[in-house]
Write a protein that binds this ligand. Structure first.
Ligand code: AR6
Length: 170
């Protein structure tokens, strides 16, 4: 049985096999969660990212975690919110699926996710939480991980994820 935990906190402190970061397509660092991840991992992370040559939205890449407690970082690029009719929902769902695919490929047992796209990229939080938890629910039916953690930085985001968890029944 995979354990799903939704918590409020800082993803860079998570002691898991991999943490996911919400990057931009250049994969060269930025603000928000990605800024925190680069800060905590140290400069080697940027050097590893430079070698990846970017990442289109909806896809995921993996690097070591360097100074992080997590051994790996999965970099995914969420959609920029454009009003909801530009395929944002499907791209966000694909981010979660691709992160799980990379985690499976590397034999990882525990993965922590932030709330992808709901900061600088402006995706509405409740709508993003529904997509994230629906994808996680789907994955739980197919694959066995030890633990999946959703780490919400802001209290409102945490509340939204907890509400949607109850609604979706995951
Ligand atoms: N741990 C967990 N979640 C965090 C942390 C943290 N340490 N810090 C922020 N968050 P964002 P996006 C939350 O903007 O919307 C960057 O500049 C944050 O409160 O990090 O996908 C990249 O370089 C929010 O709920 O990612 C891209 O250009 C969530 O993480 C762009 O932002 C996502 O917010 C990506 O935008």
């Amino acid at each position: 049985m995979t354990t799903l935990t939704i918590m409020q906190g800082d993803i860079t402190r998570q002691n898991v096999d991999a943490i996911v970061t919400a990057a931009n397509a250049a994969l060269l660092g930025g603000g928000g969660v990605d800024g925190a991840v680069h800060e905590a991992a140290g400069p080697d992370l940027l050097i590893a990212c430079q070698k990846l040559g970017g990442c289109p939205s909806g896809e995921a890449r993996i690097t070591p975690g360097y100074r992080l407690p997590a051994r790996w970082v999965i970099h995914t690029v969420g959609p920029v919110w454009q009003g909801g009719n530009a395929g944002e929902d499907a791209i966000l769902a694909q981010c979660y699926r691709q992160c799980f695919a990379v985690a499976r490929e590397y034999g990882l047992r525990s993965v922590a996710f932030p709330s992808i796209s709901t900061g600088a990229f402006g995706f509405p939080v409740r709508r993003a939480a529904r997509i994230a938890l629906t994808e996680i629910k789907q994955m739980l039916r197919q694959t066995e991980f030890e633990s999946i953690v959703v780490v919400c930085f802001e209290p409102e985001v945490y509340t939204a994820y907890r509400m949607l968890r109850a609604e979706i029944g995951v």
